[in-house]
Ligand binder design. Structure first.
Ligand code: ATP
Length: 543
């Protein structure tokens, strides 16, 4: 399980595994990983023992950013919706839970090994990557033609008539339908055959010598009880959703909730992922933020549409450019779902899922009813009927969202130094309301009472904002350090401060500086960093 050097975690097979990645992206992703370590965001777990594969620790700034994202999600669910409440269920659950949910029999990934490189892959991912490659070819043709024809370009017509596009569309369709069928029927031999027929090579070695495809269950097992012979086999939960399902009636009854209502939960989950060399994107221990929304059967599509839109608004309110997001509809539905969309984010490794929105029907509640023998029906006081609610789920990986924010924020740029010469700066343009440190208070020099004055300012605003005091190095270097951490405001205390109680405030993104009174700091900073700003943005755009 050892991984060796942290930088090697982004070993080159990872990039070769995906078809969107350009060399530029590869380079910038590597830089992001080392920046995250150098500036206290992410450390490899138990690094002094060479790390543990696909397990990471959040450093002093990482934990702040993670907590802020969590709070943004939580407040957007629980504060903004009267009919959504929270829950914190245990990681350990009765083992029957996972039989009922289908995880014991169906939470499997098809794995395949390459005989030459000895590397292990998810067979479905190899095929998905291949399909994406074909899509990439089609897109390229379209971009080329759009350039050639300019304003007269008719994409639909081009798709229908261009022979190369047509051939690729046909090929994609054929492989995709074989793939969907094989996944549905768990036909492992056919999955392997698709890999052979498509001539898919190992991204590392280029070899096409593949083993059989095998099923691999992703749940971690452990024992509950002190005497090993009597101990019960239990699992570390692979999703938080089941804790919500088994508690739904407890919450409904104790909270006198009426359908439709939702239960939100954030918590650790564990998956023994087959391919885990993708930094925070695919971890073995990670956190999910899930909300299960219980609705009347028949209303699920309406609510599904509602949540699909609401969740996209949540992402966009962060100010991330909308070209970094897209929806992706599942062709290959999970056993519990009747419609499912992913929200995909443009990571440095290409567009990948960051969140799933699933209409789960009454599958989970019905299964728990069957396995537990307990009635899990809701009594509707208006219509006086009992029914098993349908569920619409929104499920987002906290760590994946963290990676999305960090990768979007990471910017290298050339800026003028004090003498007007261009120098490089690395800045994390993290949206101010979720930035780990909101303001750095910097005395220009450590004498003449400037340091004490800086402390007085910090003591005044520390109850409102997470602040940092820094007096080491030149002011220019301190600015750069705060840029690299992503601090939106630097407040510099100089000799003039001692005379007229004003300071300079420097804005991270524009690097502009203003002279302002110390008494106005709370208002200036507050306007930009309040989490409320994001929540209001969501509500504002929803009317
Ligand atoms: P994938 O297809 O990438 O394996 P999934 O469809 O299995 O993901 P879900 O079970 O829908 O994922 O989980 C919901 C969310 O949890 C995902 O959208 C993702 O953000 C996050 N997630 C899933 N697996 C991991 C992982 N191994 N590491 C980090 N985040 C993950």
């Amino acid at each position: 399980m050892k991984t060796g050097d942290f930088e090697l975690l982004l070993s080159h097979h990872f990039f070769k595994n995906t078809n969107h990645t350009t060399m530029d992206n590869e380079g910038s992703f590597k830089k992001l990983v080392s920046h995250a370590k150098e500036y206290g965001y992410i450390f490899p777990s138990s690094e002094i023992y060479d790390g543990l594969s696909a397990v990471y620790d959040y450093g002093q700034y990482g934990v702040e950013l993670k907590n802020n994202i969590k709070k943004y999600w939580w407040d957007s669910m629980v504060l903004l919706h009267e009919n959504i409440v929270g829950l914190d269920s245990a990681i350990f659950m009765h083992p029957e839970t996972w039989k009922a949910s289908g995880h014991v029999t169906q939470f499997n990934d098809p794995l395949i090994d390459n005989k030459d490189s000895k590397k292990r892959y998810r067979a479905d991912s190899l095929i998905e990557d291949y399909l994406q490659k074909i899509e990439g070819k089609i897109e390229k043709e379209i971009i080329k033609a759009a350039k050639r024809f300019g304003n007269d370009f008719d994409e639909e017509k081009f798709r229908k008539t261009n022979p190369r596009v047509q051939a690729n569309l046909k090929k994609r369709e054929e492989i995709n339908s074989r793939f969907i069928k094989a996944m549905e029927n768990e036909d492992l031999a056919e999955i392997r055959q698709i890999i052979i027929d498509c001539d898919i090579a190992d991204p590392v070695s280029g070899s096409r010598r593949w083993t059989e495809v095998r099923k691999f269950n992703l749940m971690f097992e452990t024992k509950l009880g002190s005497v090993s012979e009597d101990a019960d086999l239990i699992y570390l939960r692979p999703e938080t959703a089941q804790g919500i399902f088994v508690n739904y009636l407890n919450v409904q009854k104790s909270g006198r909730m009426r359908i439709p209502f939702g239960i939100a939960q954030v918590g650790k989950v564990f998956r023994n992922e087959i391919v885990a060399r993708q930094f925070l994107f695919r971890m073995r221990e990670f956190e999910q933020m899930e909300m299960q929304f219980f609705v009347k059967p028949g209303d699920e599509i309406k609510w599904f549409e509602y949540w699909k839109e609401a969740r996209m608004k949540w992402h966009l309110a962060l100010g991330i450019n909308s070209d970094h997001y897209r929806f992706h509809e599942h062709d290959n539905l999970a056993h519990y779902a009747n419609v499912a969309f992913d929200i995909e984010f443009k990571f440095p490794i290409g567009f990948k899922e960051v969140e799933g929105i699933h209409s789960r029907t009454d599958f989970d509640l019905s299964q728990h009813q069957k396995f537990s023998g307990k009635k899990l029906q809701y009594f509707d006081p208006l219509s006086k009927e009992s029914y098993t609610p349908y569920v619409v789920e929104t499920s987002i990986g906290l760590d994946r969202m963290f990676l999305a924010v960090l990768s979007y924020a990471y910017t290298e740029e050339k800026v003028p130094d004090a003498n007007g010469n261009l120098e490089e700066r690395v800045v994390l343009r993290i949206p101010a309301p979720i930035a780990p440190i909101k303001a750095a208070i910097l005395p220009l020099v450590r004498k003449d009472g400037l340091d004490e004055k800086a402390r007085t300012i910090i003591n005044d605003i520390k109850f409102d904002f997470n602040c940092q005091y820094d007096e080491k190095d030149s002011i220019g270097r301190r600015y750069r350090r705060q840029d690299a951490i992503g601090t939106p405001f630097c407040i510099t205390v100089d000799h003039q401060t001692m005379e007229d109680d004003t300071v300079t405030i420097r804005y991270r993104d524009s690097m502009k500086q203003d002279r302002v009174s110390t008494t106005s700091l709370r208002e200036i900073i507050g306007k930009k960093v309040e989490l409320q700003n994001l929540l209001k943005e969501i509500c504002g755009s929803s009317g």
